[in-house]
Design a protein around this ligand. Sequence first.
Ligand SMILES: C[S@@+](CC[C@H](N)C(=O)[O-])C[C@H]1O[C@@H](n2cnc3c(N)ncnc32)[C@H](O)[C@@H]1O
Length: 431
Amino acid sequence: MGVYSLIDVIEWITESKYSSKEVKLFNDAKQLYELQLAKMEFLNFSNNLNEFIKRTAYFEEILGNKCWHYYISSVKGKGQIGHTNQYMTHWFYPYKGKFHGQMIKALINFSNARGNDIVLDPYLGSGTTLIESSLLGLPGWGVEINPALAIVSQIKLDALGIDYPEFSKTLTPALTNGAFKYFKNLKVSKNSIKPTVEEHLNAKELLNLLWDSYFPHSILHDLPFEWRNILMLIYLHALSDYTYLKGTKKEKTLQEFYHRNLQDYLKTLKGAYSVINELGIKLGNYEVLIGSTLGLPYKNNSVKTIITSPPYSIALDYIKNDEHLLRYFGIDISALRDQMIGLKGKGKEKIYLYEQDLKRSVEEMLRVIKPGGWAVIVLGDISINGTRTNFKDKILSWGREFGCSEAFVLERAILGGFARLRFEYLIFLQK
Ligand SMILES: C[S@@+](CC[C@H](N)C(=O)[O-])C[C@H]1O[C@@H](n2cnc3c(N)ncnc32)[C@H](O)[C@@H]1O
């Protein structure tokens, strides 16, 4: 009879530098890809443990010291799973198809971005990559075609840096009730805002334009820009809850959702303020642009790291999901549809156009990344009409065509959830 000796996972991850008596992973980091990412981030920082304690995504404790992710992920958000997602301001605004912040942090660590190295997400969505780069003190650039999501990302990022004690002192019931009425009555006329592909307006400029030219003057205008934006996001979150939960057991009035969310946002903002200050985190700068991945407004060889996730072919209709938000800001929906990857055309042509756009965006990513830098593209393996798509292999071959020197793939099993999506691929391309 054979005698088995079990592998000490920590010894495998740390290549025998440490054992499980000395360091501990978060107890919910159990999937194979998580252990692989833990190893990948560890190997980059193994000669600087102090730095690693501040940066690691998957290690809870090292030689008796709690790692910073332990405190960061303890700033709880709605829908949070362990130390994985929805902590800090990640949970603000319920956007479907968000990255898990913990995984993004590990990928940034793997890419070895440090100091002034720029992290880019050219399909920014609700801003997960830039929240993580900012919490790591790194500069981040984001590009998103949907102006409403660019705004959401900007507000979530700004919220990390607000002076919570001052903010909460100002929030009288009269002000928060007044803000609710103001946002409820706001009407930006249809098609006022176009997705500006060439101009590359940034989200901050767009927000200023809205406040100055489209929103009527009010007492909210006397508040700091970031504060009134947070109140607006709380309203928009309530609007989304109201839209999706209408007719279900969880149904509430818009005003009830607003007040409930207000309390929950304040808890998160308070926690974020104290953890960021107690740890002495210097938030990295960020810039969110409204634009398209098909023509990135950056010079060749300008960013160190790209962590991104394009729409998964035609799996989700990103316009339908957020229609209430697009209408709220008077965004030209048909102009947006024409620019969005995965939504152009019909039937077979739709898949063909998706493929063309995806290829072009891989080319753009490899153009702007520095030699030696990594692009990590996260893509779901979906089936269309019963046939599995295989964009993973296509991306690998386009990567080679556009000059990448190294490439590999990790698989992430999707447990539960969306039945058409069984795996996500993390496709690593090095220039
Ligand atoms: C899978 S989501 C990204 C989610 C993001 N990782 C997050 O954590 O929130 C893909 C995003 O790509 C955006 N998008 C679609 N076509 C685009 C284009 N041509 N240029 C830039 N962004 C685009 C969509 O609006 C959507 O927000």
